[in-house]
Design a protein around this ligand. Sequence first.
Ligand code: PLP
Length: 399
Amino acid sequence: MADNDSGAKNPATQVVTGGRRKEWTGSVVNPPVWRGSTHLYENVAHLRDGVKSNADGRFFYGRRGSPTQWSLAEALTEMEPGAAGTMLYPSGVAAISCALLAVLNPGDEILLADSSYDPSRSFADAFLKRMGISARYYDPTMGADIAELFAPNTKAILMESPGSLTFEVQDIPAICRVARDAGIVTLLDNTWATSRFFPALEHGVDIAITAATKYIVGHSDVMMGAVTTHSKYWTSLRRTAQQLGQVVSPDDAYLAARGLRTLDVRLRQHEASALKIAHWLKDRPEVGLVLHPALPDCPGHAIWKRDFKGSSGLFSFELADGDDQSRAAFIDALTLFGIGYSWGGFESLALPVDPEKHRSATKWTGKGPLVRLNIGLEDPDDLIADLAKGFEHYHSARS
Ligand SMILES: *Cc1c(COP(=O)(O)O)cnc(C)c1O
């Protein structure tokens, strides 16, 4: 497959038109849900031809998908200029694990950002270790200096920018430049920005990973992961996914594609509402740092400004002088914010996060406990009123 050149269309148009090939949609707007394990062939010659061509975009067997999944994958590929294709996985974690297994071999070493999503850390520390692959962690703010950590067996770098608890923005282009010079493959967990706000391959990343569960799906009703890469790693990514039996259901692919069509407008609203609330929080006496990449206080803010086309709806803030109990009182008092994992949906969420528990190369020394907010699509003024009520309960819990 040739690397695409989809830069010509603007992103809002891309998410609307992507993957809607006439042969997949027929005479309706959305590619229908093709449920099926067996695909029936016309005759033996047709069956043999199916094995031979063996490419996505052709019926073969249910595990290779149907137009419902191909259409979604193609739309995601179009959002990454330079990409050869996208594989879909039943969760974001499956996408991360399978992408790493596609490029690592026993004896290799992987470097991971110390701000990495915790399940990425446990996959490296437990599963990869069992396979004879070692893991080391780096300071997410170190940029090109990461080259000083390279060992002869360093094979891959797993980046995540910004980190999803503490929001450090990494110098992805600088890291990718030194990695490429050293023959090291770069992978990025791009869930926060998506290709809409950070086309990863254009910034030098080899393999872009998204937990589609979050913004692509956007409605908190489907788990899914996606990995997009250029032609150098495409064959190995695809083969590994197939060998590991990765497939997403057509019903889930349908819902994810439906979510994708509104990604542009949703992200822009998440961005505007989150910024309004982040600025409001910044002026509150109870709040220490607001860790939002678009705010100057956030580590790596200048890099965010240079590289990203926008910011999404997830950020954290410090309850200066708070403790675990007063933080719980704050969160419990909120009525518009649900308490739960995941993010990227239309509903707002609040979560206590404790980054110091998930670090080894750096120390997290905040001015009080952190609260992470997923800003949904409610009216931001209602969310602000809810947070103000939370602060009243916070004060009662402290006195
Ligand atoms: C949620 C998340 C994932 C994993 O996605 P799942 O679909 O929940 O498995 C990966 N990376 C980040 C940054 C996430 O927030």
